[in-house]
Design a protein around this ligand. Structure first.
Ligand code: MF3
Ligand code: CO
Length: 250
């Protein structure tokens, strides 16, 4: 249950991995287009990391077979990359973790393929804003519930729901560490946020109801009602100077 607080040195290590993840997302944002397959994206990400001295930490993690999770439309997360070309109007969440010298950084981003509907644009905008609101509250003296409340409030004000089946997490030498980072909460409740915590904030926001089910591969989760969902995730260090986004690229 213990939360490992990171030193500046540790955070530098995680930031190294974070910079590669960030650069990779930036490259993807220019590359993702109609006709591209998630398999091609997955290969691109793996090569991108290997060429820069990083390894894709998701590959082999609990038997997960790919460098990325690629979750299209109503797939909420942990989708397998495949040979289906992305089509105009689709959205795809690409989630990746880089490992550099044992330190990990994790970031997911939802990309629109060409032009989408205004409803989908709103979903993406609100989901990204929910992440940024959460990050703003990741400050010493706050509690975990302050982050969750900020995320949830942003989503629900827009008429969306948070998929609470998935949570953020501490990260460092391991992809998943304590504490859990809930994307819902009550202000002032939950564990105190301390200097040196490095966490992911990664709310999944859906335009429909939050209920999900797992598909046959045992990994991909989908919304029960078929509504689309978006997810934006950063790795964030809680420091005396405020939250530092270690995977920032935009
Ligand atoms: N990157 C994911 C996260 O945000 C983990 C994906 S699970 C994996 O926690 F096994 F596919 F890596
Ligand atoms: Co992730």
């Amino acid at each position: 249950m213990a939360v490992e607080l990171k030193t500046k040195e540790h955070i530098r290590g995680i930031r190294k991995a974070g910079r590669i993840v960030a650069a990779c997302h930036k490259a993807l944002s220019k590359r993702i287009a109609p006709g591209v397959t998630t398999q091609e994206i997955d290969r691109f990400v793996e090569r991108f990391m290997l060429d820069r001295g990083a390894t894709p930490a998701q590959k082999g993690y609990k038997g997960y077979p790919f460098a990325t999770c690629a979750s299209v439309n109503e797939v909420v997360c942990h989708g397998f990359p495949d040979s289906e070309p992305l089509e105009t109007g689709d959205i795809v969440t690409i989630d990746m973790v880089a490992d550099v010298d044992g330190w990990k950084a994790d970031s997911a981003w939802t990309y629109a393929i060409g032009k989408t509907t205004s409803a989908t644009e709103k979903l993406l905008l609100v989901a990204e804003q929910a992440l940024l609101d959460g990050i703003k509250h990741a400050v010493i003296g706050n509690r975990m519930g302050d982050i969750g409340y900020a995320v949830q409030a942003r989503a629900e004000r827009a008429g969306f729901e948070v998929v609470t089946a998935f949570v953020g997490h501490g990260i460092g030498r391991n992809m998943h560490e304590f504490p859990d980072v809930l994307h819902q909460g009550i202000p002032g409740q939950g564990i105190p946020l301390e200097e040196g915590m490095v966490i992911t904030i990664e709310p999944i926001i859906t335009a429909g109801r939050a209920d999900v089910y797992f598909t046959q591969d045992g990994w991909a989760a989908r919304t029960r009602d078929g509504a689309w969902s978006a997810q934006f995730e950063h790795t964030v260090a809680i420091t005396k100077d405020g939250p530092i986004i270690l995977t920032r690229w935009d």
